[in-house]
Design a protein around this ligand. Structure first.
Ligand code: C2E
Ligand code: CA
Ligand code: CA
Length: 438
């Protein structure tokens, strides 16, 4: 279609394919209902067609377009006069449906059968949707909310909850607002040195000796400590995490250097790198340079990464680990056993340390299966000359169990939480933990 014609149609605020209101047209519809005061009668929907990529691939774009049109017609048929269906583009639709009919509408979208023509033959395809919705209970001014709020619910449905229908909650809205703030303030936070490194000790449970620590980032923002669970996911999504990981490594190197200057013997500090960091082709080289420039021995640093199920990422990870190995930098596989690729990881990665995921011991009781699986993993890892650490240990019975299956180095609240650097220095001064009563 010629651009000028498309433009004219866009100005008319309808989608060129389905003739339904596009974003602009839909917003006008919402706005009108806000003005006349009926908007709270409705549930706002945002839905898209599950597996539509497959339909595109299988039938080609022209037929897929035809299917979208027929799909839209069927949805439209269901709607009452005062209800609205909008087509934002691709397979993204929005709708205002009266609250008392929302369940019925969800049932309809659960699977719409579309009949279409393919090479002169009639074919049928059943198209289910994934749905985000917002029951409009309060007044609001920005009509765009009728798109953005259910869209947040849809993102949750697709990427977090993996279920077909999700209603937006206050918590989701809050999380999105926090993520937005994080991204806006990240650069200035880096410059203002608002990020700090806490250290969580690793202890050999045989003699209660401090043997290492993991550096964990914290953000001191407006006088409050923000945990990484809040700010790391948006930074990862945005591909901006790598600057933070370099920063944490630098800070850890500086701390180690200071301890050495003060006559304190450091322990190896492991630093987390996100798998997203692998997108930086110079990752290994940059890590190497940061350590070398700081002037400390490489034996004091270990790089932690989680395993992956993605084949391409698996290859990149293996190359990265080899690269670090060649440079004499130790690596650890984090959250081992939480993913699915564990055996391949053991076989292919030249890592120094395996960190057993806390889900293995995060259980009130241990079954004979747990025991067999863990014993064998630990045995294999040790046979491959890897160190094994278990994390998330909180109770004595977990230590007993983990010792029984052959692992002795423990990281967890049982010994210590992640500590601010001054407190961790006390642990470095006296590396022996007092024996706890059983
Ligand atoms: P992780 O690497 O698996 O780190 C261990 C997390 O488990 C830490 O949470 C720690 O406080 C917590 N933990 C340790 N022992 C126990 C225990 O006994 N019980 C319980 N319930 N939890 C325990 P934290 O510090 O909130 O870090 C969360 C995650 O954030 C980390 O998980 C890591 O994936 C990520 N992260 C932290 N710092 C960095 C960083 O500098 N860079 C990157 N890329 N990720 C980081
Ligand atoms: Ca870690
Ligand atoms: Ca971990």
């Amino acid at each position: 279609m010629a651009d000028n014609i498309r433009k004219i149609i866009q100005d008319r605020k309808v989608h060129y394919l389905t003739g339904l209101p596009n974003a602009g047209g839909y917003i006008d519809e919402v706005h009108g209902r806000i003005i006349i005061g009926t908007i709270k009668d409705y549930t706002a929907f945002f839905f898209n067609l599950k597996g539509f990529g497959n339909v595109n691939q299988r039938y080609g774009i022209a037929t897929a377009d035809d299917i979208v049109v027929r799909f839209a017609d069927k949805v439209k048929e269901f709607l009452d006069e005062d209800e609205v269906l909008g087509h934002l583009g691709g397979d993204n639709f929005v709708a205002l449906v009266r609250k008392e009919r929302k369940e019925k509408f969800c049932r309809l979208l659960n699977g719409i059968e579309v009949t279409f023509n393919k090479d002169g033959r009639e074919e049928k395809v059943k198209i289910p949707s994934t749905i985000g919705l917002w029951d409009i209970e309060e007044d609001f001014e920005d009509p765009g909310e009728a798109i953005s709020r259910p869209s947040i619910a849809l993102q949750h449905a697709k990427h977090i909850l993996h279920i077909p229908v999700v209603s937006v909650t206050e918590e989701m809205l809050k999380r999105v607002a926090v993520q937005k703030t994080v991204l806006e303030q990240y650069q200035s936070a880096l410059q203002n040195k608002e990020f700090m490194v806490y250290y969580q000790p690793k202890v050999d449970s045989r003699n209660n000796m401090l043997v290492g620590a993991e550096g964990l980032v914290r953000w001191k923002h407006d006088g409050q400590m923000v945990s990484p669970g809040i700010f790391i996911p948006p930074l990862e999504q945005n591909g901006e995490i790598v600057m933070l990981d370099y920063y944490v490594l630098k800070r850890a190197c500086e701390d180690i250097k200071r301890w050495l200057e003060q006559g304190l013997e450091p322990v190896t500090i492991s630093v987390n790198f996100s798998r997203k960091d692998l997108l930086d082709p110079d990752l290994a080289e940059n890590i190497d340079r940061i350590i070398i420039n700081s002037g400390i021995d490489k034996k004091y640093i270990e790089v932690e990464l989680t395993e992956t199920v993605d084949e391409q990422e698996h290859g990149e990870l293996a190359r990265f680990i080899d690269n670090l190995y060649d440079r004499g930098i130790m690596t650890a596989i984090d959250d081992f056993g939480a993913g699915y690729s564990s055996l391949a990881t053991l076989r292919e990665f030249q890592v120094h340390t395996l960190k057993i995921d806390r889900s293995f011991i995060n259980t009130p009781e241990f079954s004979w299966k747990d025991e067999i699986i863990l014993r064998d993993i630990i045995h294999m890892a040790q046979g491959l000359r890897m160190e094994v650490v278990t994390e998330g240990v909180e109770r004595q019975d977990q230590i007993n169990f983990i010792n029984k299956v052959g692992c002795y180095v423990i990281q967890g609240f049982f010994y210590d939480r992640p500590l601010p650097v001054e407190e961790f220095e006390d642990r470095l001064k006296n590396k022996i933990y007092p024996k706890k009563k059983e």
